[in-house]
Design a protein around this ligand. Structure first.
Ligand code: BG6
Length: 461
């Protein structure tokens, strides 16, 4: 069968500034929470590898853009580093950073690759985290000023903007489950950070629209379908609560401009609601996006709790549900995550049926592999497993399109093997392999395959 995609479909990949740029503390850049946490606890990072060890996009940007071109990308997402552009978090702009991002944007455009620019990929400047990060409303002001600066500097050429990547991840990591700085475990504080993040998002959306630059602005959400273990009402309810907490807490404000009533009722019942101020409601309503980025890796398999929660324990999402390992589910043997390709179709269908079919695209989807060097032959990684992974997800995306979803493109995570937070280089995801020592780049077999798919705007199966 031939799978062809609509004309102008976005073929590309995604990355981020903190994971690729390098030059972590030079050329005017100040520390982010990652630089800081690595200094405090290097043992929390896989093999003790911290944010300074990257593919050094800061130096190799031209070579990397040539590789993107070689892979036939027509679009590419990266982010701006707030701590590089505005070293104190607020105030003076670092002109060296402006020159760097101008070069990158101009070169992408010269090569016919549309830049998608994200403003925040988990990399809070330390100076602002020291003021409480997004727990502090003043940081919302700082974020808005930073967003305005980006629009002012680059908005004449950048037409696709995103306010946040996976905003729930710093909330879960930093305030619930201890895998990001500041390593707090406190639901109420987590809810406050989540709420303020969406207020910041809405401020940026408003600021962008006021400019009338003619481009579009969105947000990138990691959507994890929550499938109940059974149709038993208790399992269905558990999956519904997981969905409210992990998907709809960001999806509803982004697409409907307000929070789901049952989420508000649940949090208020347990006294976990963040403090609201007059005007917040109107602001959130102004934050409805033009374009939704969907990151999809794996679903959540949910069951109702089989034991009672100790009523004296602190409130946690797991009061209401637990995850279970569905027998027979397909796993990525090299990363440990479930592979469920149909999830991408389920997300698109839900958006079409329940959310008015918004303009969207797959902004991340990919397969992490440990010790990927073992698959090298004649100097190239033979990653047939990744080809199968991307192809099978694209088939389900294609089905979504055939049923009317407005999915405009597909971005693989990621272009080049990159540094991934606490996991550092544990799981490799790239179309291009990176030798960290020599900085040598080599296109993997999957990259060659994707090059053809993009050229033909489809594939045969
Ligand atoms: C995505 C993030 O969710 O997962 C990326 O947006 C991250 O920043 C990627 O690198 C892979 O994560 P991991 O834990 O498998 O390295």
């Amino acid at each position: 069968m031939h799978y062809s995609f609509p004309e102008g479909f976005w073929w590309g990949s995604a990355s981020s500034a903190p994971q690729t740029e390098g030059e972590s503390l030079s050329h005017g850049k100040t520390p982010t929470i990652w630089d800081h946490w690595f200094r405090l606890q290097p043992e929390r990072f896989h093999h003790g590898v911290g944010p300074a060890q990257t593919s050094t996009f800061y130096e190799h940007w031209k070579e990397d853009i040539a590789l993107l071109k070689a892979l036939n990308h027509n679009t590419f997402r990266t982010s701006v580093s707030w701590a590089r552009l505005i070293p104190d978090g607020t105030g003076a702009v670092n002109q060296e950073a402006v020159a760097f991002y101008n070069q990158v944007i101009d070169e992408l455009l010269r090569q016919g690759i549309t830049p998608f620019i994200n403003l925040f990929h988990f990399d809070m400047p330390l100076s602002l985290q020291e003021q409480g990060g997004f727990e502090n409303r003043k940081v919302i002001d700082a974020y808005e000023a930073y967003a305005r600066t980006c629009f002012e500097l680059f908005g004449d050429r950048v037409t696709h903007w995103f306010t946040f990547n996976e905003p729930i991840v710093p909330v879960e990591g930093g305030y619930l489950y201890d895998f990001h700085y500041p390593n707090v475990v406190d639901f109420r504080r987590a809810a406050t950070v989540a709420y303020h993040t969406m207020l910041a998002h809405a401020r940026a959306v408003k600021a962008y629209r006021e400019r009338n630059d003619g481009g579009e602005i969105g947000i990138i959400l990691n959507l994890t379908p929550s499938y109940p273990r059974s149709q038993n009402p208790a399992d269905v309810k558990a999956a519904h609560i997981a969905d409210l907490m992990f998907n709809r807490s960001f999806l509803d404000p982004a697409l409907r401009g307000s929070y789901p009533e049952d989420l508000v009722a649940l949090l208020s019942q347990y006294d976990q609601l963040p403090a609201c101020q007059p005007g917040d409601k109107e602001l959130l309503a102004a934050g409805v996006v033009d374009l939704l980025g969907i990151n999809y890796y794996q679903p959540r398999r949910i069951q109702c709790r089989d034991s009672q929660v100790n009523p004296d324990s602190p409130f946690m999402p797991e009061w209401f549900f637990s995850a279970y390992e569905m027998p027979g589910r397909k796993m990525n043997p090299y990363r440990g995550w479930e592979i469920y390709e149909k999830g991408i179709y389920d997300i698109l269908t839900r958006l079409r049926v329940e959310y008015g079919n918004p303009r969207c695209y797959i902004s991340e989807n990919g397969m992490g592999v440990e010790n990927e060097q073992r698959f090298e032959q004649d100097g190239q990684i033979q990653d047939d497993y990744r080809i199968a992974f991307v192809r099978d997800h694209l088939k389900w995306l294609h089905k979504g399109l055939s049923e009317g979803s407005r999915c405009l493109g597909y971005h693989m995570w990621t272009f080049i093997d990159n540094w991934s937070w606490c996991n550092a280089y544990k799981n490799r995801y790239g179309f291009v392999s990176l030798d960290l020592e020599s900085q040598k780049r080599t296109i993997k077999k999957s990259g060659e395959w994707y090059r053809q798919v993009a050229a033909k705007n489809g594939f045969d199966e």
